[in-house]
Design a protein around this ligand. Structure first.
Ligand SMILES: NC(=O)c1ccc[n+]([C@@H]2O[C@H](COP(=O)([O-])OP(=O)(O)OC[C@H]3O[C@@H](n4cnc5c(N)ncnc54)[C@H](OP(=O)(O)O)[C@@H]3O)[C@@H](O)[C@H]2O)c1
Length: 333
């Protein structure tokens, strides 16, 4: 590869099987236009939803090829006309769909957030952190002195939810699938980590939380979603932020009474949350998250497994979906 070209990952076919969809292409490095900057990506964030993107689920009428990836941390290497807030050499993070899995990206200067250093921790704020912060605070009406349950609690966004719920003064229950993640959850301040492979979640909730769950940050789906709904407290709120367990194989058909029978008698609710619908909260919550990290009150765990180069991205996505990862999975360029 010469220095006038760069590589990116695109989807050439629509499928939730990421590796089948992904293809590396090489293109000329573009020049930034008016109001734009050219960013050299140093790190990209890996997300459970990458397989939804390749499946074409982010658009009613997806057009191939699709650019892949979302959040990135990098360095501004060229600045277009009329850009006042950034200059060459600035470290930035970005969170634009299609902007992650590529060595360079053109981005509007308004969408490049200056950071002291382009690190994996910094990039984790703009999708994983924001989702937890806005979902809990805005959609979930998070209070204090409540019991908050987080599923996939040791994952990219789950780790933020655990800590933000603790910072707000709540008791936090977190589910995960390995003992190593139980350790991480303890380090993050989770009051009751549950390894669902060695403990029965339904039994733990029935015995230890008979008054139910006030707020649930739920990103796994399947039977864990059912268990959480069944254990909501009076006025309990369940935030359905994802159903990673069904992204690749497809939605399971279930037959059971309609959900209102479980909600009405408790004045409980299930609330969907999709980050792109909450843009007006991005700036305020981004600032707060960076402030908390700067104050050492919020810690971001980055999975230690190294993925280097565009060619490593399918491995990184499969690793995240294996259930083995802890914290945020990142790819380095
Ligand atoms: N709504 C939004 O705007 C939004 C934004 C960001 C993320 N999300 C959602 O948040 C959830 C977590 O996403 P993330 O990117 O932060 O991923 P992640 O939590 O870092 O990784 C996924 C985790 O899900 C758990 N999991 C449980 N059952 C699984 C299964 N059958 N297959 C794969 N993983 C399974 C695994 O942890 P354990 O086995 O330890 O539980 C795995 O480590 C996803 O549902 C994602 O779509 C939603």
């Amino acid at each position: 590869m010469s220095t006038t070209t760069y590589r990116k990952l695109i989807a050439t076919t629509l499928t939730p099987h990421f590796r089948e969809a992904a293809e590396i292409v090489e293109e000329p490095i573009p020049e930034p236009g008016r109001g734009e900057v050219l960013v050299r990506n140093l790190y990209a964030g890996v997300n459970a939803t990458d397989v939804n993107i390749t499946a074409g689920r982010y658009s009613a009428d997806p057009e191939l090829p699709l650019d892949l990836g979302a959040e990135a941390a990098g360095e501004v290497v060229a600045v277009g006309e009329a850009v006042k807030n950034l200059e060459e050499g600035d470290a930035v993070v970005t969170g634009l769909l299609g902007g992650g899995y590529r060595e360079y990206q053109i981005v509007s200067a308004r969408h490049a957030i200056p950071v002291p250093e382009a690190t994996p921790e910094a990039l984790s704020v703009v999708v994983s952190g924001l989702t937890a912060s806005i979902a809990l605070g805005v959609t979930g009406d998070m209070g204090t002195d409540e019991t908050v349950m987080v599923t996939a609690a040791a994952g990219g966004t789950g780790q933020y939810a655990v800590q933000l719920a603790k910072l707000a003064g709540n008791h936090v229950v977190g589910t995960c699938g390995t003992d190593a993640k139980v350790e991480l959850l303890r380090d993050l301040g989770c009051d009751r980590p549950i390894n669902y492979r060695t403990e029965n979640v339904r039994k733990v909730l029935r015995e230890e939380y008979p008054d139910g769950l006030n707020l649930v940050y739920e990103g796994v789906g399947s039977s864990l979603f059912d268990t959480c709904v069944d254990n909501l407290a009076v006025h309990g709120r369940l935030l359905s932020i994802g159903y990673v367990g069904e992204y690749v194989e497809g939605l399971e058909r279930v037959e059971q009474p309609r959900i209102y029978a479980k909600l009405l008698g408790k004045s409980a609710s299930v609330r969907g949350f999709f980050l792109p619908h909450f843009r007006r909260y991005f700036e305020e919550h981004t600032q707060r998250l960076f402030w908390l990290i700067g104050q050492d009150r919020l810690h971001v765990a980055i999975d230690p497994k190294e993925f280097i180069g565009v060619e490593s991205i399918p491995d990184a996505v499969e690793y995240l979906h294996s259930g083995e990862s802890r914290g945020k999975v990142v790819v380095q360029f």
